[in-house]
Design a protein around this ligand. Structure first.
Ligand SMILES: [Zn+2]
Length: 312
């Protein structure tokens, strides 16, 4: 199973603070974020900061999610909330980071290149450090399924952390695409992390007219023209980049479980809202999961996945 280092059984954080800056996709404003190491059992915490002053703080768990219409937002008031956390959370979850303080100078995460790759690079640059407290996992015990029109998603028991994501777009360029796999740091990094967010030109224009998506550009999105061609000169990073990005989004959304899950998450024509609702459905049924300290033996990572870890 994935979460490589986490499978040693101990919680993790980063070795040193690291700062990233870029454009906020919704506001178009410049934003800077700094990842700081954090103590065991503190979880992933976002702080919105103006100058030296902290104006809000949220633990990255599903109960703190206010809105999921265009992106995933922590908090319930625009004055204090923190938006577009999903690509950062995907990187954190896939690398097996349990504890982190993320200081945000701004109202949203920088969109960077529209993928998780820049966040992975930043975290790998500083390094991951094991802490001396055991990690807890959410093990799925029985199927939990939600449906909405033609869309559905479900958790099922599985010895690992698996994603099976399928999309079906009414666009010949995208059409039906599926990605299936067990999430490990290396699988996430090579197969999913570089997949960019995407949109149709007509929707981008509508968003701009409504004063949203002001920071969105060909530098951070794959844009599809009305004739179903990719506008970006460089083309696609993967032939099926679209479903890979949807899987990346799902990893980031499920990171709000607050702990790695042991199970399979399947979704068909899903999105942020459906991922959030599936997680809510799981959490509201205490008979559907259990909290365990040890991942099953056979889920231990191969030694090569442990090399980058420094001892506590
Ligand atoms: Zn996304």
């Amino acid at each position: 199973m994935g979460l490589g280092i986490g499978l040693l059984g101990f919680q993790t954080t980063i070795a040193h603070s690291v700062t990233l800056s870029g454009t906020g996709v919704h506001s178009g404003a410049e934003v800077a974020i700094t990842f700081h190491p954090a103590e065991a059992d503190s979880g992933i915490v976002f702080q919105r900061v103006v100058g030296e002053q902290t104006i809000s703080e949220f633990k990255a768990v599903s109960s703190q999610v206010g809105n999921t219409d265009l992106c995933t937002i922590l908090g319930f008031s625009p004055a204090t909330s923190i938006a577009t956390i999903e690509h950062v959370m995907a990187a954190i979850y896939a690398l097996g980071l349990d504890n982190l303080l993320i200081e945000v100078q701004g109202a949203e995460m920088p969109i960077m290149d529209g993928s998780s790759a820049p966040f992975i690079e930043a975290i790998e640059q500083t390094g991951i450090k094991a802490l001396s407290v055991k990690r807890r996992y959410i093990r799925i015990l029985k199927p939990v399924r939600i449906e909405s029109g033609a869309s559905w998603s479900e958790f099922t028991p599985y010895d690992g952390m698996r994603f099976e994501v399928e999309i079906d777009f009414d666009s010949p360029l995208i059409g039906r695409q599926a990605w299936k796999g067990d999430i490990t740091p290396s699988v996430f990094k090579t197969e999913l992390s570089r997949a960019r967010t995407f949109g149709f030109m007509r929707d981008v224009e509508r968003m701009w007219a409504a004063g949203r998506g002001l920071g969105s550009s060909l530098e951070n999105s794959v844009v599809i023209a009305d004739d179903n061609t990719v506008i970006n000169m460089e083309g696609l990073r993967y032939k099926d980049e679209f479903v890979r990005h949807k899987t990346l989004d799902a990893v980031g959304d499920l990171a709000l479980a607050g702990a790695p899950f042991i199970g399979c998450y399947r979704s068909y024509r899903g999105g942020h809202k459906m991922n959030a609702n599936a997680l809510k459905a799981l959490m509201s049924d205490p008979t559907a999961y259990e909290i365990v300290e040890n991942a099953p033996q056979r889920q231990r990572p191969a030694p090569r996945e442990v090399i980058a870890v420094s001892a506590p």
